[in-house]
Ligand binder design. Structure first.
Ligand SMILES: CC(C)(COP(=O)(O)OP(=O)(O)OC[C@H]1O[C@@H](n2cnc3c(N)ncnc32)[C@H](O)[C@@H]1OP(=O)(O)O)[C@@H](O)C(=O)NCCC(=O)NCCS
Length: 209
């Protein structure tokens, strides 16, 4: 049955996810946006901004939503504000390639956008974003609220902790472990483990913060 879904966040990622959901007309129907900055009543891509995130949080009806915010910490904060009545389906663009779907697991609210490829034995937690044309290799574990920006390649055996942000065009090789809340800057090549809460950039990646 077709499900109505609200998009939380009416910025660039929100509009991209509206387009993604429109590519799945058999599964979902977009019901509009919730956003704290864009005024209620604004029309975006033919859809209304219906109110603030706090207004969605006070819903007394069951609802489906997706969080269209790239920053992992803000994503987690928004999800923690919402009641259990709000459910988060997994959203997968029709062009996504899963090597062996029976060995790939997704937590609620995880989103795979166009051109993403996953091979085998992969676990994605809740509210993980894997954005355009990224690839994820075998035996990779990605914990809750991570955001993987476009064009990232994660070779086999990678572990990402919670709320990790991987910038666009990053390559992670050599079974690296990336700790909770780490940020990897765009274009980095990561060959070693990266500690929790640090920012690493460059080729090879070095910690700057
Ligand atoms: C890594 C990142 C988070 C750092 O942002 P920041 O904390 O604001 O850091 P700053 O811009 O102050 O830069 C700090 C230093 O790191 C360098 N730096 C920042 N990002 C870099 C990157 N991706 N590669 C190489 N060096 C980088 C800066 O040049 C600066 O060097 P300096 O101190 O010698 O001048 C950010 O630059 C980044 O890459 N974000 C990912 C964005 C992305 O992928 N967006 C996708 C949207 S779809």
């Amino acid at each position: 049955m077709k499900k109505k879904i609200f998009i939380i966040g009416a910025g660039g990622l929100g509009r991209e996810l509206a387009a993604l959901i429109r590519a799945l007309p058999e599964q979902f129907e977009t019901a509009g946006f919730y956003d704290d900055i864009v005024p209620s009543g604004t029309t975006i891509m033919g859809l209304q901004v219906l109110g603030s995130i706090r207004q969605l949080a006070s819903t007394s009806e069951a609802a489906q939503a997706v969080v269209a915010i790239g920053d992992p910490r803000i994503k987690q904060k928004i999800v923690s504000m919402l009641p259990e009545l709000v459910q988060f389906p997994v959203i997968i663009h029709p062009s996504v390639v899963l090597g062996d779907a029976s060995t790939i697991r997704f937590g609620q609210g995880t989103v795979l956008t166009a051109g993403v490829k996953l091979t085998v034995d992969i676990e994605l937690g809740s509210h993980v974003l894997v954005n355009l044309n990224s690839t994820i290799g075998h035996n990779t574990r990605i914990d809750d609220f991570c955001s993987i920006m476009p064009g990232v390649n994660l070779a086999g055996g990678i572990t990402l902790g919670k709320r990790v942000l991987i910038g666009s065009g990053v390559n992670i090789i050599n079974r690296a472990e990336i700790g909770d809340d780490a940020i990897i800057g765009s274009g980095a090549v990561v060959r070693t483990n990266i500690a929790s809460g640090t920012t690493a950039v460059g080729v090879p990646a070095r910690t700057i913060k």
